[in-house]
Ligand binder design. Structure first.
Ligand code: ASP
Length: 425
């Protein structure tokens, strides 16, 4: 029904991005006051800012297009599915599947933090220093009752939703719009469908251009992070960072098992097919900006029916964030131990449920998982300023959790494709 312009990809981009990352770390260590410190603190900070500039432009371009990309992709995904019946049967399988994998992921995060207990390796002086200097730029959310939370999910004011980047409201609005269009005569809906096609093609074009900057962006952003983070922070929160990475890797293995046993994929072919989408997720730290490449992996490399991929991927990118969920649960527990907040088993379960909701509501854009984490922390009695402790390593963890988020969407697509008859009504 629609013409989707999936961007062309430069096959050598992924190694350029990895090279950018390695060089960025090296330069960061050379300049960092706690690394080789070849310049003074002020110059290092100033240089870091300039080196990060291509990265700031890169992220700015991605953030600029995320909302129109998500709306147009979801609306087109819903109308491309062709019928309400298809949507109902797909939704009935997809939502429980998303919830199940998110729970598995959170459980892994909780178990790893309980086992490794990275808080034991943290230096009390380091925590004190951070707490003194931390100036939390995060809004603290009040505790809401469940009916109030449901009310908050309703996109009553679309402008406000897009202003606040409330992705859940935007997703609900877009699905509703798509469903409305499915029920109206085509003659009436065609102009808006064409507008969505334009919005999708235009946003994908901007992403294609932005990707040309990706290696320089990754280089600059990582160099800047390394300058600020330095060796002290790395040593301070290294155990926490490794625990989260271990958790993400464990969840990645779970995905491979799901892909092999449930979706009946050959693991090696699957990994090769999704490699490009993963590297885009890694460099953009945004599941939403990666949508075009996730679609490409699903349709061109995995041969998935467009009807399935066009619905599952935009939706998955915005609400299925297993990497983010794992990270949020792990970070919350880690900070609990640091601040001596003892959670009972019941409270840990409550935290797990809260995290499912938080990960669903996290916008699929760079660095927001940590902002939403502030809501979780304030609900379990941890001072949200504590986020300062893990802020230094957040960019690297964001890149890794986004890669897992996108991998999860692709696994979900193969699972859904396996259980969707190809002769859909
Ligand atoms: N950057 C992540 C994503 O887009 C969200 C997060 O910050 O965890 O998937």
């Amino acid at each position: 029904m629609t013409t989707h312009n999936i961007p062309k990809t430069d096959q050598t981009l992924w190694w350029k991005i990895l090279l950018g990352m390695a060089l960025g770390i090296a330069l960061g260590l050379i300049l960092s006051p706690t690394g080789f410190a070849i310049v003074n603190d002020v110059t290092a900070t100033l240089l870091g800012e300039w080196i990060a500039l291509p990265g700031i432009i890169f992220l700015g371009l991605l953030k600029m297009v995320v909302i129109p990309l998500v709306i147009s992709s979801i609306v087109l995904g819903v109308i491309d599915s062709g019928s309400l019946h298809f949507l109902k049967t797909m939704g009935a399988k997809l939502v429980p599947y998303f919830l199940m994998t998110t729970f598995i992921s959170i459980t892994i995060g909780v178990l790893i933090i309980q086992t490794v207990n990275p808080a034991q390796y943290i230096n009390a002086q380091f925590v004190d220093d951070i707490m003194i200097t931390s100036d939390v730029p995060f809004e603290i959310f009040d505790e809401l009752t469940i009916p109030q939370r449901i009310e908050n999910m309703l996109p009553v004011n679309f402008t406000e939703a897009s202003l606040e980047k409330n992705m859940l409201q935007i997703v609900i609005f877009s699905i509703l719009l798509g469903i409305v269009m499915l029920t109206l005569p085509k003659k009436k809906t065609r102009p808006f469908a064409e507008l969505c096609e334009f919005a999708q093609a235009a946003t994908m074009k901007v992403i294609e251009w932005a990707m040309m900057l990706a290696p320089y962006a990754v280089f600059g952003l990582i160099a800047n992070v390394t300058i600020h983070m330095g060796l002290d922070t790395l040593a301070g929160v290294g155990a926490y960072m490794l625990s989260v990475l271990l958790g993400l890797f464990a969840m990645f293995l779970v995905y491979l098992v799901i892909a092999a046993l449930i979706a009946k994929q050959n693991v090696f072919t699957f990994l090769k097919a999704i490699r490009n989408a993963q590297i885009f997720a890694f460099s953009t730290s945004s599941s939403a900006a990666t949508i075009p490449f996730t679609l490409k992996a699903a349709e061109e490399h995995l041969g998935i029916d467009e009807k399935v991929s066009r619905f599952v991927i935009p939706l998955g990118a915005t609400i299925n964030m297993d990497g983010t969920a794992l990270y949020q649960a792990a970070a919350a527990l880690f900070l609990c131990s640091i601040f001596g907040v003892d959670l009972t088993t019941g409270e840990i379960f409550l935290l797990m449920f809260t995290t499912v909701g938080a990960s669903i509501g996290t916008p699929a854009t760079p660095g927001v998982g940590i902002i939403v984490l502030a809501t979780i922390l304030s609900s379990i009695g941890v001072p949200p300023e504590g986020i300062g402790i893990i802020l230094g390593v957040d960019r690297i963890l964001d890149m890794c959790r986004t890669t897992l988020n996108v991998t999860g969407d692709l696994v979900a697509t193969t699972v859904m494709a396996r259980f969707t008859p190809s002769d859909k009504d």
